[in-house]
Design a protein around this ligand. Sequence first.
Ligand SMILES: [Zn+2]
Length: 335
Amino acid sequence: MNIDDAYQSIANAVTAGRNAHAYLVCGSQQDCSSFAGRLLLFLLCESASERPCGKCKACASVPGRSHPDITWLYPKGKGRVISVDDVRNTIKTLQQTSFGGSWKVCVVTDAESMNQSSANAFLKTLEEPGGKTVILLLSSKPEFLLPTIKSRCQMVSLLSGEQISPTEWNEKLYGLLADDAYRTRQSGKGAGSVLKALAISGSIAAIFADVKEWASDNAEKELKWIQDQMTRDAEESDDFDELLDAAATAKMKGIRSQLVKNLELWHRDILMLVLGAPAEVLYHVEHIEVLKERASLLSAKAALHNVEQIELLNRYFDRNLNNDEALRYVMPQLA
Ligand SMILES: [Zn+2]
């Protein structure tokens, strides 16, 4: 949905008194912010007729984030986590009566940064914030949100159809994992099997290379946008390239770590099956047939070894070993 349509439909719901207590807004950071900005103005504007009027006190203070009826919750510190203490303070603030006598709004940015305990502390408030309260959770990585959070919010997706999502690469990865080459490798031995392993690591490296290219295009667009929004007086920033590089690397790493996580979960599923666990505990239950077949070829020790190898791959990436090298080292070690 585009921002205009999403905004209009929620504004209509508010006017009709049918709005949800909590909305999960998914999209790029700038789309989420501009959507939240418009909705905040709409909710808090003091005008009785057209909202936002652009003239009242609320309209003046919302853009500067200084409106007393807006509570911000966002990740802090080195770990970039939304802490349980911050959640509890936010809940207390939301329980107080509003200053303007109208809506109270809580905006949670990077909502996926809530950990298990902060999410748990927030659940009841998400369900029943009480009074005239709206909670807006913004997330550019909704795939990392805990299901308990997602299920309590009405979803607003600002992701456009043509935008590439990590799902596409995940599909490629699963295609590769389900491919015969990956299986033959697991049951094979000797030089031919090492060659196959190298071919597989080449294919995974190709997916990562794709991700990298996308990340740097996407980061460039975003950064240009941010610079356009910032002060107009400054001339073109000298460190644009540096910023771009950092942003692209961060994006690439984010998606890569999700892909590696899935690779790890794939091998964990095989291990679970080897250990006799029921299908219900599998992460990739839709691939149950392939997983069962793989499991039938492996001992528990070998299946565990594979999980450990993928963990090792993750550690290599953490230490900034390049994609090709890390894969070429790890993939031939898989049993
Ligand atoms: Zn106004």
